[in-house]
Design a protein around this ligand. Structure first.
Ligand code: GDP
Length: 435
């Protein structure tokens, strides 16, 4: 990407509001702002200045601030205008900036420039996107840690250790007569073992990490009238689903979300699973089977007044929830028993769902992988490390060297040290314009 251009965009949310923030980055940003701003002579690094902005026929009292390279978000000269939140003013200001030489920014282009000027690694840039998109407190905290470089530091430490071993191997391959192979193996194996352990910890953290970032999908299944809609309403604490005494009321899936310990849980109340000749209801049943299959947690609701245990196909964890304890007793070995009608047992159930979703939660020194791209690359790197260790054990030094190079490439893909243009375009295109 060319960096001699100056880009501009609305950085706050579009629409009407108290204030809108317009951002420019690039070599001409301060000059372009100065052309329209009444108090350009007062602009200095990171100081807000109150003045009038002239954008053609429209004028506004605004706060303007400049940041000089390299001490800015993008690492370039940056100018920001905080104007009143009117789309007419915002559009006029942007048009004025474009006529003065700026161009409209692409999605994520400010952050991409920050990455390309070395202000942040690729995983840190991705964490910025995660922070903006975070839908729960836990997702925000995880993104904040990522943005502050928690994963970057862990990955870089592993990368540097592998690099040392790979460097020694290259020396061994380049100077075979020096007989340094055996010492290299003896020193390398424990180091590679440590790296593998660290990566394995990170890989295991993804089980909980992706749920922290994207939330936990919980499907509620059971026969019609078992109390699924009532349970969903209880868990959500409102009347999202329609409760009715006629079997088959929930024809499609109904969703709602709640937060527990900062983690977002999205409930899907599925159509009652049963044989049906009604085509609409049959489609609902198919959807409910799909929802159960892909859920992290399946709540199988059993009506204690007519107990039937449905078979469920799922890749997630099944929790059997015995409902209607107000009218019938639960079996002594019941995992969870509740009354969706009275609310009894609901807080215990919420805790149980959380514990099941986060079971085996492993964090590598508090660092978690929350992003599928990082997860796949960490898996690949760990696999290469294992190959390298095996090659060492059979003294196949050239194979070990090749495997270590691949491991380094995988880890570099996480931090962006050697990410391809395709990966970069893909990552930054997910950002909003103005970020
Ligand atoms: P769904 O078809 O599985 O979604 O079931 P609903 O939530 O619509 O409930 C079916 C009927 O069972 C309604 O009349 C509810 O009021 C009733 N019901 C649900 N949960 C309970 C409960 O815990 N105790 C009692 N006594 N009735 C319940």
């Amino acid at each position: 990407m060319e960096h001699n251009t100056t880009i501009c965009a609305l950085s706050s949310a579009p629409g009407r509001g108290a204030i809108s923030v317009i951002r420019m980055s690039g070599p001409d940003s301060v000059k372009i702002l100065s052309e329209s701003f009444s108090h350009a002579d007062r602009l200095e690094h990171s100081k807000m200045v109150l003045g009038t902005l002239n954008a053609d026929t429209l004028r506004d009292r605004v706060l303007a601030v400049v940041f000089y390279a390299p001490d800015s978000y993008t690492g370039e000269d940056v100018a920001e205008v905080h104007c009143h939140g009117s789309p007419e003013i915002v559009n006029a200001v942007l048009r004025k900036f474009v006529r003065s030489g700026a161009r409209y920014a692409q999605p994520g282009e400010f952050t991409r420039r920050a990455f390309e000027s070395g202000k942040m690694s690729l995983d840190e840039a991705e964490a910025v996107g995660d922070l903006i998109n975070a839908q729960s407190a836990a997702a925000s905290s995880a993104a904040y840690e990522g943005m502050r470089g928690a994963l970057y530091r862990t990955i870089t430490a592993v990368y540097d250790k592998i690099l040392t071993v790979a460097g020694a191997l290259t020396a061994a391959l380049d100077y075979p007569e020096e007989d340094i192979e055996s010492t290299t193996s003896a020193e390398a194996l424990p180091v590679l073992g440590e790296c593998e352990e660290e990566l394995d910890r990170l890989i295991k953290s993804y089980g909980a990490g992706e749920k922290v970032r994207d939330g936990v999908r919980v499907a509620i299944v059971g026969l019609p009238n078992a109390g699924k809609s009532s349970l969903l309403n209880r868990l959500l604490g409102n009347d999202r689903a329609i409760v009715s005494a006629n079997a088959g009321t929930t024809r499609d899936t109904v969703e709602g979300s709640y937060e527990y310990n900062g983690v977002l849980f999205t409930l899907v109340d599925t159509a009652g699973v049963r044989e049906t000749s009604d085509e609409t209801e049959a489609e609902g049943v198919r959807r409910s089977e799909r929802a159960a299959k892909t859920a992290h947690i399946v709540l199988r609701v059993i009506d204690l007044s007519a107990p039937v245990m449905l078979p469920v196909q799922t890749d997630g964890i099944i929790i059997d929830v015995y409902n209607k304890t107000d009218i019938a007793a639960a079996p002594s070995d019941a995992e969870q028993s509740v009354s969706a009608l009275t609310g009894k047992g609901i807080s215990e159930l919420k805790k149980r769902i959380y514990d099941a979703a986060m079971s085996g939660r492993v964090t590598a020194g508090g660092v978690m992988i929350t992003n599928a791209r990082h997860y796949r690359l960490a898996l690949d790197a760990a696999e290469e490390l294992r190959s390298a260790k095996e090659a060492f054990e059979t003294d196949s030094i050239d194979l070990a060297s090749a495997a270590l190079s691949c491991a380094l490439a995988d880890l570099g893909g996480i931090t962006g040290a050697n990410a391809t243009e395709d990966v970069l375009s893909d990552v930054f295109s997910r950002f909003c314009v103005g970020k």
